[in-house]
Design a protein around this ligand. Structure first.
Ligand code: SF4
Length: 49
């Protein structure tokens, strides 16, 4: 099953997604977000952040 990925070209590093992820799989380093594939549960129910 595919995991969530971040479009690195579009990410502005605002960190809005970090707190929205229910399993804390997202982190922002050097101004770009990334998803820990081992933590991501592909729960795409988060829509409002
Ligand atoms: S930090 Fe997260 S919410 Fe902000 S632009 Fe990047 S991917 Fe989108």
């Amino acid at each position: 099953m595919a995991k969530a990925v971040v479009n690195q070209d579009a990410c502005v590093g605002c960190e809005s997604c970090v707190g929205a992820c229910p399993v804390s799989a997202i982190s922002v380093n050097d101004g770009k977000a990334s998803v820990d594939a081992g933590t991501c549960e592909r729960d795409f129910t988060v829509k409002n952040f």
